[in-house]
Design a protein around this ligand. Structure first.
Ligand code: G4P
Length: 287
């Protein structure tokens, strides 16, 4: 089980509630490979009634079919829009500005500038996206009235402000499977999880949904019929993760599986669909 509960949670929650009062659109950056698990359920409560834009980042790593399911899921919800992008690409990032104008059509112009708050769990790509959006034109204006010291106000256009409060959102793990998916994606610090446990859970997902990618990457066959342990052992043997020349080095084998998933060398993989995530919430092991 993944345990990661930072101590500053309460304070941050209050900070979000305060901040949201004067915000027109709340952008939540999600990891396209695990949109449900990388979302913060508390944010949804705090931002109720505010137009919301879900940005599924790292779409270049995610399974396009599953990304389409998530986009349809979010776009069907009232007051919500969703787009998928790769934070390092300029043109798709600009689609985000257009989506905000659609969500808050009454805002714009110098008298009523668009005020957008951007949130996302660590490592989801917020800095990358902000750097892309800022390009050359935008300027940091963090020292103006109403902007806290820690906060940045970025003027993407004269009438479009993006507020970023670093460290404002944390992963809040409410079902066990989400914890494993967050750990597999790299969102949780190294010391907060057991690589072997995470690799076995990851293999469970991969054996069920992406057996051919797994088999091609590790040159093994019959993964659907294996147990997760057998799959990890086969991968370890294939990749020479051995100790004493013979027995499996489980830790090394686990690290290989996690690393290969993160770097997308197996292919574009997503760890959850909207339906699966809803089922985990309804029936899964809650924490
Ligand atoms: P953060 O501010 O939300 O904490 O995340 P940050 O932008 O630092 O991004 C975290 C990692 O994710 C970085 O990789 C970054 O390059 C990568 N990343 C961000 N957006 C995308 C995306 O859309 N697609 C892909 N493939 N990767 C993305 P890193 O390994 O930590 O650093 P580096 O590789 O940039 O050196």
């Amino acid at each position: 089980m993944i345990q990661w509960f930072p101590g500053h949670m309460h304070l941050t929650q209050k900070a979000i509630a305060e901040r949201i009062k004067n915000i027109d659109v709340v952008i939540e950056l999600l990891d396209a490979r695990l949109p449900g698990s990388s979302a913060n359920p508390m944010l949804a409560q705090l931002t109720q009634g505010k137009p919301a834009l879900k940005v599924l980042n790292k779409q270049d790593l995610a399974d396009p079919e599953r990304t389409a399911l998530w986009l349809a899921h979010y776009n069907a919800l009232p007051g919500m829009r969703a787009i998928a992008l790769d934070a390092s690409m300029t043109a798709p990032a600009k689609a985000l500005i257009a989506a905000c104008h659609e969500l808050a059509p009454n805002r714009g112009g110098l008298a009523k500038p668009m005020r957008v708050l951007i949130c996302g769990i660590p490592n989801v790509g917020k800095s990358t996206l902000i750097n892309t959006l800022m390009g050359k034109r935008a300027t940091k204006t963090g020292d103006e009235a109403g902007v806290t010291k820690l906060e940045q106000r970025l003027a993407l256009a004269p009438d479009f402000y993006l507020y970023d409060t670093p460290g404002m959102l944390w992963p809040r793990i409410i079902v066990a499977k989400s914890g494993y998916n967050l750990a597999a994606s790299g969102a949780v610090g190294r010391n907060a999880f057991d690589e072997q446990e995470v690799a076995l859970e990851l293999l469970d997902t991969l054996r069920t949904h992406y057996p051919s990618l797994l088999e091609a990457r590790f040159k093994i066959s019959g993964v659907a019929q294996m147990t997760d342990e057998q799959a990890l052992e086969a991968i370890g043997r294939q990749r020479g993760a051995l100790q004493g020349g013979k027995s499996i080095n489980w830790q090394k084998a686990a690290e290989i599986v996690i690393y290969d998933f993160r770097s997308a060398v197996m292919g574009r993989i997503s760890l959850e669909t909207p339906q699966e995530y809803a089922e985990w919430l309804a029936h899964g092991q809650t924490l």
